[in-house]
Design a protein around this ligand. Sequence first.
Ligand SMILES: Cc1ncc(COP(=O)(O)O)c(C=O)c1O
Length: 396
Amino acid sequence: MFISDKLVAVLGDNSWIRKMYDRSCALQREKPYEKIYDLSLGNPVFEPPPIVVATMVKLLQSGKKGLHRYLPNQGLVMAREWVAAFINQRSRAASITSDLVMMSGGAGGAINIVLNTLLNPGDEVLIFQPYFVEYTHYIHNFAGVVRFVPTTPTFRPDLAAIEVALNPRSKVLLINSPNNPTGVVYSAEELQGLAELLLRAGRRFGHEIALVSDEPYTRIAYDGVAVPSVFDFYPHSFIASSFSKDLALAGERFGYIAVSPHCADAQRTMEALVSSQRVLGFVNAPSLLQHVLPELGDAMVAIEPYQQNRDTLYQQLLSSGYRCVKPQGAFYLFPEAPGGDDLAFIEAALRHNLVLVPGRTFGCPGHVRISFCFEPAYIEATLGIFSRLAHEFGIG
Ligand SMILES: Cc1ncc(COP(=O)(O)O)c(C=O)c1O
């Protein structure tokens, strides 16, 4: 009775993620003596690099005053300087300074702040299918309208489809590379193509279209593949990112927003982002981690276990007859569901004590998402299940 219509819709939409979580818990209760393999969540089991915890402990024991007070809404200069240096090191042309960076509560907080800052009611946000499951909610939070754009059969940006989707109400293109759930990394040529398209559309419609790059997996890429920066290609671009994955700090809610120095009205836009941080009630990003970040250098989680998991799972899927795009980054695989029905496949997997997420959760029925942010031994124990499922569905 008290719940708004908007949240009733959110509850309905979330049903698959909730259902998989409930099913996983129920399975564990039904089979207390059996091992359940839950590959549904992107919540890394690995610990943060030792320097993160050591720096936290050092600071907490140092007697330094003010570690837990309110901070400026934009964040500590020294934390923003770390982010500016990180972005400049990745980019050929950006040369961003700390005044165009704001620390945030994770990438999720960052995207909400950006959308609050940019959207008028009815403005459209383009997102590629499959998409990170929370995007539609984030967009609806600010009365934006979601415009879904299909990708190519290998989940790459489809310029012709984007051209069709762009219209005078288009305000934001929200992209994610390395991608959850597909693992695809957008190349320099693809970003260049997107940039040219957006610049042309902006001229046609008489207003700029913002490119928002959601990139919490930037540092998780395999085989030396480059993850180009949007700042090198498009002036009106924003980076929303976090340390949830590359420092394994998902629960600490720590991330940032950066505005390209070439963005129209960059300084004033940053002022508006800072105000959004306040009026949305986030106030400031977690204080302790803002003090810790400048001391971390280029420390990050080891990528080898992820690479090993990607290789063993991908090989197993391929040799068992599944069709799957090889992930270039992030820690998910997104194969076609044998038989074409993702729900039927998910149910069959549950009978083998394996928990996956149906592709329809990401706007892409007929696929399933497998998360591999787990210990390699845990992943190896699931290989036989994937091959048994392949036989059951007649592809193995
Ligand atoms: C693509 C993508 N964007 C944003 C987020 C949210 O990240 P954070 O935990 O930093 O809010 C996630 C988390 O899984 C994600 O996969």
